[in-house]
Write a protein that binds this ligand. Sequence first.
Ligand SMILES: O=C(O)C(=O)C[C@H](O)C(=O)CO
Ligand SMILES: [Zn+2]
Length: 276
Amino acid sequence: MQTRYTTNPSDFKQYDTDRIRREFLIESLFTPNTFEFVYSHYDRMIVGGVMPVDGPQTLPAYDELKADFFLQRRELGIINLAGDGTVTVDGQVIDLSKKECLYVGMGSREVTFRSNQADKPAKFALISTPAHRTCPTAKLTSAEASPVDLGAQETANQRTIYKYIHADGLQSCQLVMGLTTLKSGNIWNTMPPHVHDRRMEAYIYFDVPENQRVFHFMGHPQETRHLLVATDQAILSPPWSIHAGAGTASYSFIWAMAGENYSFTDMDFVQLSDIR
Ligand SMILES: O=C(O)C(=O)C[C@H](O)C(=O)CO
Ligand SMILES: [Zn+2]
């Protein structure tokens, strides 16, 4: 597990491309048969992934957590980004297909991930945040996630937002999680952008075609920078930062938040004319 520390927005102004990528980009989430995790000091969110190919993979305990098992004092959101698979939580086997979400409550001791077919492995995106009580382990399909269409073709940002873990969906202590899929021919996410100084956010981009990239914009609204992001890569977005992207093709991304409140709609929108 890699640790990433937080950044003061005044210091961020001095960062070059390499430093921005080192601090905020997670380049590798899916190595066969390996858990990849980044422990962020932003709201202590852990962002990771596992792609089981040659058999089941069981969530280990990590010394960084100084806990008897991973979810002793944490909750976990899982979204499958690829082939069909299963997640077994303390003996209960749950099927998880592409774009389905499973919430796993605090106190779950053994969590095991499997792919149904080795030649079409599942890619389980994993987001974990500290928890203080046990909420029920439960699954939601994308159809059950009350999809909301946003944007317009004229502004190249027509997209569907699926909210899975939030106040009116799967219950959690603080984790809010879902995904957004751009309609074909649309490229912009989260434009006009917003900040929420009360909560950090992570994005995991997926289904970006192989030779295409997303230009992800971040930074204080008056001091923006960009990073180029390939498929299956993640961004840590500080609470003071915008988080928006324009792809060279359409794509999807997971978004996950943690922090002060539990309200998806808590966003301070930034006028385009105010962005620098
Ligand atoms: O497409 C979008 O717009 C988003 O998905 C925005 C994220 O959900 C977000 O930033 C929530 O705070
Ligand atoms: Zn946001």
